[in-house]
Design a protein around this ligand. Structure first.
Ligand SMILES: NC(=O)c1ccc[n+]([C@@H]2O[C@H](COP(=O)([O-])OP(=O)(O)OC[C@H]3O[C@@H](n4cnc5c(N)ncnc54)[C@H](O)[C@@H]3O)[C@@H](O)[C@H]2O)c1
Ligand SMILES: [Zn+2]
Length: 737
């Protein structure tokens, strides 16, 4: 890459001469790698920047333009090993537009050129610029006789046999009315799906890695062995033509429509437009669809529609004057990994993040990129086996970042040639950077595999997880504290009023602070409302007005939960893998909180937890492992102790009333219940001796349906099962619960 990035107008003649020489060599080298080896070593944006720099210096110093100037050169000469094909009409490159202003300029140029034709209303086509490689297909009397690459624009490579393996390329033209001889031109490309499949096939066989669909398409097409090409499932869009004995139609647009009649695929996104606004609107539309197309495009090409106007306007070296490629912002850029930080998610997952030298990608400045987990960073799993898309990323590495569409930025490649000599493999820490608790990789019970991500085991004490843990604690299925929703939890947490769940029960003792916090929030909201209306709020509330009426209600709601049901309490602790159902099973098994804690602690201390933990239907190693982690962490014990100073969970007493109306029945709850939570409904039914099922079947006795009940309700009526609503449910069980 050229080091000197002095503004062009400050270059001395010597500097300009030297830089032009360097750029000529450099660009030729990249052309060779890209066009002949299908293996570029820099991104397209970097390559384009070299060409732009070259053009700028040439414009400033026209007398220094070299004999071998890259300006106006196209591609690279045909590679050895292919027969050469001389194009009857050269295959050119396209002028580029990077900004809307460049498009305005293009239309201005057209207007100026055709100035004398006052009446002329010039139309243009706008069509996606497919990112593949161009090919020229010669048809004589409707039969495909020869196909070639662009090469250096004048002489290309004969790849007829390879092109014949592409399903989108007809061996014989369909329909009628085609010229006696015509060279159809278009783009050979590879879809993402095919690219991904090829990568996977290759990885499974320990084969090479493929970097991007464009270079893979090029490599697949320029094979000595056509059966390799055939296996790659390449595609082709027709959008232009070279030599022809007769124009397909008077316009670009209609000509391309003809190609479709003759059996070619054409882009469905091509339109005709007249104004800059309409062209740019189409550009935006195509850009918005970019990530959904399933193949790469890198811009939108505008072409003068009428062929007679194209001919009048003509060419400059290497490019038609009547067309321009409006490029999308580059989706790839090169930068350096400066640091790897660990972020702790709300659920305790440790997520490594690479801190980058800021770089603009896809129109956005990127400074961070997620590295997912330690296996991804190492490029292999803990058994040393290579993993899909793993990279071996090290601090100091030069990497290629990609940001396509709405997709979050990712590292697509590490440039090993640029790795610092002292770069060491990254070592993942085994403790939480926030709270210092051990961070472990769990074994997934179903797959038997180790989780790729580490998780902080300090559930209750980890500040990174605290807000989430608190929100969970007060949520409906858990402690269900009215008036203390997620919003207030966040508020109190940020104000330092809450650290752990136990603090909720001492809020009453800090009444003044709670009140002040709520007051400040209300005040801020009121001001925001005023600001939105354009007025300012001057009046400060008096002390009486500051009294937060809801406060007593809130404290009462909290106090009302000082004796929670044991299953709710266990669930509220937010222990991993312990959902409402499992919490109920544990509560039923251990009956009291003391017993639950005793068994939990012993399970954590035992060498083999199975010697301590009873065998319970529905509770496997995942839950036992989670309990061990939880009770094995001393700080969780502290939090639990503090909590039990405040609350006394009720012993879980299984008293099934066998004489209730629903005893022995199988019940399904469906729709949204308004008077009780799902967990409550289930617990109530079970207390009354009923069984609760998740889906309706012939065995179902009763369906309790709330509003919005769908397929289950339908099925129940088909099966003739009794359906009642929530009110009827309460009537029916009244007196028995
Ligand atoms: N990374 C590298 O080292 C490196 C090296 C050389 C070239 N390149 C890249 O290759 C490209 C340079 O090639 P170029 O000068 O031919 O420019 P170009 O590829 O940007 O534009 C011309 C080409 O666009 C294609 N095209 C796609 N859809 C089209 C349509 N609807 N109508 C007309 N043409 C369409 C044709 O193949 C045509 O040859 C640039 O994108 C450049 O970044 C990269
Ligand atoms: Zn932690």
């Amino acid at each position: 890459m050229s080091e000197s990035q002095k503004p062009v107008d400050t270059l001395t003649v010597e500097e300009a001469t030297r830089e032009l020489a360097l750029l000529a060599t450099e660009i030729a080298e990249h052309d060779r790698r890209y066009h002949m080896e299908d293996a570029p070593t820099i991104t397209d944006a970097e390559y384009d920047a070299l060409r732009i720099r070259n053009a700028e210096i040439e414009a400033q110093f026209p007398e220094l333009v070299r004999q071998d100037s890259p300006t106006g050169s196209v591609g690279a000469p045909p590679a050895e090993g292919f027969a050469k094909v001389r194009h009857a009409v050269p295959m050119l490159s396209l002028a580029k537009a990077y900004t809307d202003q460049d498009v305005v300029d293009f239309l201005e140029r057209a207007k100026r050129f055709f100035e004398r034709d006052k009446e002329l209303d010039i139309a243009f086509t706008a069509e996606p610029k497919i990112d593949g490689l161009s090919a020229s297909l010669r048809y004589e009397n409707g039969i495909f006789v020869q196909g070639a690459t662009r090469g250096d624009g004048t002489v290309g490579e004969d790849i007829t046999t390879n092109l014949k393996t592409i399903a989108d390329i007809p061996h014989k033209l369909k329909g009628s009315g085609w010229p006696e001889v015509i060279e159809i031109r278009g783009e050979v490309y590879m879809t993402y799906a095919e690219f991904q499949a090829l990568k996977e096939r290759s990885a499974a066989m320990g084969g090479q890695d493929y970097v991007n669909p464009r270079n893979t398409a090029a490599g697949s097409l320029r094979q000595k062995d056509a059966s390799v090409t055939a296996s790659r499932n390449l595609k082709f869009f027709a959008y232009a033509w070279g030599y022809t004995t007769e124009d397909p139609a008077p316009t670009q647009f209609d000509s391309v429509q003809k190609f479709a009649e003759w059996g070619f695929k054409i882009s469905p996104l091509m339109v005709r437009a007249k104004s800059v606004d309409d062209l740019i609107a189409q550009y935006k539309l195509i850009e918005a669809q970019r990530s959904l197309l399933g193949y790469d495009i890198d811009g939108v090409v505008y072409k003068v529609d009428q062929l007679d106007l194209q001919r009048r306007w003509g060419f400059v070296t290497g490019e038609p004057r009547w067309a321009v490629a409006h490029k999308f912002p580059a989706e790839q850029a090169t930068t350096t990994v400066r640091q790897i930080d660990i972020q702790v998610g709300r659920t305790g997952t440790l997520a490594p993040v690479a801190r980058l030298d800021p770089v603009s990608v896809g129109g956005v400045t990127v400074v961070n990129v997620t590295l997912h987990n330690e296996d991804y960073i190492a490029g292999k799993d803990s058994n040393g086996l290579p993993i899909r898309d793993g990279k071996d990323i090290r601090i100091g590495d030069t990497v290629i970042i990609q940001r396509a569409g709405d997709v979050i930025p990712q590292i697509v490649d590490v440039i090993l040639e640029k790795r610092p000599a002292d770069a060491k493999p990254y070592e993942m820490r085994h403790t939480c950077p926030i709270c210092g608790s051990p961070a472990t990789r769990e074994i997934n019970e179903k797959t038997g595999k180790e989780d790729s991500r580490r998780r902080c085991t300090g559930e209750l004490i980890c500040p990174a997880q605290a807000v989430e843990a608190l929100r969970h604690f007060v949520s409906r299925g858990a402690m269900d504290i009215e008036g203390l929703g997620a919003e207030n939890i966040d508020l109190f947490f940020n104000a330092g009023l809450l650290k752990t769940a136990a603090d909720i029960f001492t809020l009453r003792d800090r009444r003044a602070e709670v009140q002040q916090t709520l007051f400040e929030k209300r005040e801020a909201q009121a001001q925001a409302r005023e600001a939105a209306k354009g007025t300012t709020r001057k009046k400060v509330l008096s002390a009486e007005e500051r009294t937060y009426e809801g406060l007593d209600k809130l404290f009462a709601a909290i106090d009302a939960r000082r004796e929670p049901e044991l299953d709710r309490f266990i669930f509220a602790l937010g222990i991993r893998h312990i959902g409402e159902t499992t919490a109920a099973v544990l509560a039923k098994t251990f009956s009291t909180v003391e017993e639950f804690i005793r068994v939990g602690n012993e399970t954590a201390a035992a060498d083999d937890p199975h010697t301590v933990f009873p065998s319970i239907n529905g509770i496997g190693d995942t839950v036992i492992g989670a309990l061990r982690d939880f009770f094995g962490n001393e700080r969780n014990d502290d939090v639990l102790d503090a909590l039990l100073q405040q609350v006394s969970p009720k012993p879980y007493i299984v008293s099934v009333s066998a004489d209730s109306q629903v005893a022995g029945k199988t019940i399904v709850f469906t729709g949204s219940l308004e008077k009780m939570s799902r967990g409550e409904a289930k617990a109530m039914a079970e207390r009354l001796g009923a069984k609760v099922a998740g889906s309706v079947s012939a065995k179902t006795d009763l369906v309790v349906a709330g509003p919005g009940a769908g397929s289950k309700l339908k099925l129940a009526s088909e099966l003739g099962i009794e359906v009642i609503d929530e009110d009827q449910w309460f009537e029916r069980v009244a007196g028995s619960s």
